[in-house]
Structures are given as C-alpha cells and as structure tokens.
Ligand binder design. Structure first.
Ligand code: GLU
Length: 489
C-alpha cells in the first residue's frame, strides 16, 4: 500500500490536556511507519484553540512521547527547515493562503452573528435537515461589507464549498469513503480574531511540511472531506489518509475516565513500563500475524503494517495491559525496576527518597522477591509492611486461625532457633533449613510452611519464604514472630 518514496508522517497534538492513550497510539503508528521506511517523524503543535491550549499540556505531551521512547526527527523543540512547528507561530503562512482563496472567490467574509447562526441551525433542525451554514454572506457586495465593517462587526472567513460534489477518500484503513459536499455548509477557516481553524491550518501545515501520510484517529474522518476541498481549491498535493478506529472501554462505550486512566502519565505514575505501554498500544487496532503478544519496539518497527490495522473499534483491556506489563517487569534489569519502585516505597514511609548503596541493595532483594507477583511497579509498595514493619498485620481472621493450630508453637520455636544458628541467610540455606524443619518435626509441608508464612507476613500467600527470610534477617524474623504470636489470645 505504501510506496517507497521517502515517507514523512506527523503527530499533531492539540495541547489541551495530557497525552491521551488514543493520541499515543496515533503517534505510535506514525512513528512505526517512519522508522520502518526510514522516513521522517514530525511533531507539530496544533494550538489554534487559544482558550483550551496551554504550555503545560504541550510539555506533558512531549515528555510523554519521550518517555515512551518515540523521539521525533523534526518539529517542535527539534527544529527543521519546514518550521515553525507550533501553529500560532505560523499565522503569516496561513494568511498567504487565505488571501489566495479570498482573491479567487473560494472564500469570503461572513458577518453573521451568533444569534443569526443559531436561528438558522434551529430552523434546519426543525425541518429535519443537517444544521449547516446556508451561505447568507456568500453574495455580500463590497459596499455591504464596508458598511458592516463600519458598524464594528468583525468577520470570519468562510470556505465556499462547491455544490453537488462527491468527495472520495481512499483511506488506507477504511477503504473508499465518500461524502457529499451538499451536506457540508460553508465552514469557517479563519475566526473573527484572525486565527485560522484546525481544518484549515492542518491542510496548510501538512502540505507545506510535505507530509505524505496522515494517520490519525477516526474522530477526524468527518473533517477529512473539508480538508480535501481545501487541498483541491489551492491545488496542493494531497497526502494519503489512514483513520484508525476509536478506542472503546470493555463495555463498548467510548474510552473515558470511567474505564480507568486515559492519560499516558497516569500509567507512568502507576509504575507501568514504557516498553509495556508501547506493546499494548500497538495491539490496540493492529493485529500481528501469529499468536505472539509480546513485541519490543524493534519487533514492531519490523512487523507493523497498516494492512493489518482493523476497521472495527479497539477495546481497551486493562487485564491485558497488566499481563504485558508484568512480563516486562519480570524481564527488566532488577536495578531498573528498583529505581522505579523507590518513589512508591518512599511514599510508604519506610524508605528514603535517595537510598544509599546498602539500602538500594536491600531494595533490589525485595523487588526480586516480589516482582513475579505484581502488575505494576507501584504494587511493590503493597509488600512494604512485610519487609519493613516490626508489626505483623493479619490479612484476615483465617490467617490468624492458622497460627492457632497445635503444631505451631513447636514449628516457630524450631524455626527461630535454626535461623539464629545459621551462619548466613541465603535462599539456599533457608531452603535446606525448612526441609530439615519438616523432617525433624515429622510434619507435612503445609503444616510447616503456612504457619511460618503467616507468622512472618500475616498473609497466606506471597513471595517465597526463602526470599523473605534473608531480607528480614535474624532480628526481623525474631521480631515478627514475637509480633504475630503476641496477637493471639
Ligand atoms: N490536532 C488534532 C488533535 O489533536 C490532530 C489532527 C490531525 O491529526 O490531523 O486531535
């Protein structure tokens, strides 16, 4: 589908909030194509909505892209010879094209007030027609315009939509999509404050930045005919379009905060790894050839193809993200996960924000003990009490009951004795120690391991005992046994 010319794709976020999961997926699909074809990935800021745009959002979006590892080749912060890359800094470029359209009669000034427009919309709705602008100001004379200007009215500029035209789009994902120009009223391309609208600026930018493929969310499909008309009116070379489907929540309604966090930074803050999020985002709409679900960014660059991007909506499945994330947590270098875990652990109050080397070493042991059991790095903190508190907290009555079994005093006494006598506490030593414990007492494993586990952790499930005991150390084992048995009465 994609010709081998140098491809230039772009991600063009509006900085009106943090980078959204859907936006990140659009960025990713563009990024993957750019890398696959050794093309150029451009990032441009679309901030023509002055009210809603802000620098904080812009910074969040760019930081999130970098965190995900999708660095761009050209654009905002990077520069390039087709800049500036922020729309509010390109106003003189837009003006040139607006003037051209005005001169050719393909655009005109409109002085209609909000009230008049509202009335028109209501009247059309009442007749069961699509609300649209019917072109009242299309035929204003020069004299009428002057007169309106003298009354202090500030005009907008509207694009004159050709009558009776079918607009065909060959979408790389959706196939042929057609629109009738008659359903589109003459739309605003420059607002009364002189700022162009998205539908106009995006065309000028994509054309002047030599963008070859526009890959974006399906919510923009209905904008595309409006944009195509402007390419045609100005005789600009048109890019290929690919509209990727919406992301729905598990209940099949549009993904929103109700379904969980929607911003990339929220996942970062919960201890999801960028590799995992990238892997997960790729599968939101794209399906690989085989059954494999784990893809590094390099795998994706090799295998991604728009041919395998589905038309039907993608469903955001948090369980799947957790599954993928836990895979990457198990695979990553221990030190990396430990570093990510520190802020979460320090929130629990047991660990300093900047642990020294000794403390860091202990933390890597804790992470090693628990990382098979977590979906995100924040969950490391769920185990903080076990490793740092002097007090055992029973997870429930059932756990407490375990310690009331008759063999327990014997088990714990012998365990403590053996731990105290051990020369060093390593996993190997503990494994052997627990084995000899069951043997000497002549008890089944469960009658030994469960009470030991509950006495040390207060819980009936958790990390391996041979991981826990070396971390607790002799003192820790003694104190925690004292704490848990002291609570039985
Ligand atoms: N600025 C638009 C948005 O954030 C993107 C438009 C486009 O990709 O054409 O939704």
């Amino acid at each position: 589908v994609i010709s081998l010319e140098k491809i230039r794709v772009r991600f063009a976020p509006s900085p009106t909030g943090p980078l959204h999961i859907g936006g990140a997926r659009s960025a990713l699909f563009n990024y993957l194509l750019a890398k696959q074809y050794r093309g150029t990935f451009v990032v441009r800021i679309e901030d023509t909505d002055l009210e809603r745009s802000n620098r904080e959002s812009e910074e969040n979006i760019l930081a999130s892209l970098k965190w995900l590892g999708m660095d761009w080749d050209e654009g905002i912060q990077k520069g390039g010879d087709k800049g500036p890359y922020r729309q509010t800094e390109r106003l003189d470029i837009y003006k040139k094209y607006v003037d051209l359209l005005l001169e050719n009669g393909q655009a005109y000034f409109c002085y209609c007030t909000e009230e008049e427009l509202e009335e028109e919309r209501e009247a059309l709705k009442a007749k069961g027609e699509t609300p649209r602008y019917l072109g009242k100001c299309r035929t204003l004379t020069e004299i009428e315009r002057k007169e309106m200007g003298n009354r202090g009215l500030k005009p907008v500029v509207r694009f004159r939509v050709p009558d009776g035209q079918i607009i065909n789009i060959d979408d790389l994902v959706r196939g042929k999509v057609s629109f009738e120009s008659d359903g589109i009223g003459d739309y605003v391309i420059v607002k009364s404050d002189g700022i162009p609208t998205y539908n106009f600026a995006v065309v000028i930018d994509d054309a002047t930045m030599d963008i070859t493929h526009v890959i974006r969310g399906e919510e923009h499909l209905s904008n595309t005919p409006r944009q195509v008309l402007i390419y045609e009116a100005l005789g600009l070379a048109m890019p290929s379009f690919a509209h990727i489907s919406l992301i729905l929540g598990k209940d099949r309604s549009k993904m929103s905060k109700r379904h969980g966090s929607t911003s990339v930074v929220a996942y970062k803050d919960k201890g999801y790894l960028p590799e995992a999020l990238i892997n997960f985002l790729a599968l939101l709409g794209w399906s690989p050839v085989g059954e494999e679900e784990i893809f590094t960014i390099d795998d994706l660059i090799k295998q991604f193809s728009l041919d395998r991007v589905a038309k039907n909506p993608a469903v955001f499945d948090l369980d799947k993200l957790n599954h993928i994330n836990s895979h990457y947590i198990r695979k990553a270098p221990l030190e990396e996960i430990t570093t990510i875990a520190i802020p979460f652990l320090s929130e629990s109050g047991y660990v300093s924000k900047e642990p020294n080397i000794e403390e860091f070493k202990l933390l890597t042991k804790i992470v090693a003990a628990v990382r098979e059991r977590i979906n995100n790095v924040a969950e490391v903190a769920n185990f903080a009490d076990i490793f740092f508190s002097q007090e055992v907290i029973f997870e429930n009555e059932e756990a407490k009951e375990v310690l009331k079994e008759e063999q327990v005093p014997q088990v714990l006494e012998l365990l403590q004795q053996k731990v105290m006598e051990a020369e060093e506490l390593t996993a190997e030593v503990i494994k052997a120690l627990l084995k000899s414990l069951t043997k000497e007492l002549g008890l089944g494993g469960r009658k030994v391991f469960m009470p030991v586990r509950v006495a040390l952790t207060g819980q009936m499930h958790g990390p391996e005992l041979y991981d826990i005991i070396p971390i607790l150390g002799k003192e820790g084992v003694k104190k925690r046994i004292a704490s848990s048995t002291g609570q039985l009465s």
